[in-house]
Ligand binder design. Structure first.
Ligand code: CA
Ligand code: CA
Length: 104
């Protein structure tokens, strides 16, 4: 898991398997990692195997905010994510999750 600044983190069981998964977004600390930059990552809780990175279409952000909730009351978590991109543009807070379902 990266060490981030200007970051947000939010727990949510996005795959409904009973284990909390983690979304993190922010700036990788330049002095700690050669891959410094903005990131948004979703980690699936794989229980005894730790957390695995989930491929997503989420834009890399810093100065982020994130929250999970069941916006449309269908029993699946939805995600609201906001922040600044590397070109300092605000992001529209609406995305699809990795399974392709549009949640917002
Ligand atoms: Ca889960
Ligand atoms: Ca939902």
């Amino acid at each position: 898991m990266p060490q981030l600044i200007d970051a947000a983190a939010a727990w949510g069981d996005y795959d409904n398997d009973g284990d909390p998964d983690l979304l993190v977004s922010g700036l990788i600390i330049p002095d700690v990692s050669p891959s410094a930059g903005y990131v948004t990552r979703l980690y699936r809780n794989a229980r005894d195997r730790g957390f695995t990175l989930v491929p997503t279409i989420f834009p890399p952000l810093a100065y982020s905010a994130a929250a999970w909730g069941d916006f449309d009351n269908d029993g699946d978590l939805d995600l609201v994510l906001s922040g600044l991109t590397t070109n300092v543009l605000p992001v529209k807070p609406s995305f699809s999750l990795p399974d392709g379902d549009t949640r917002l």
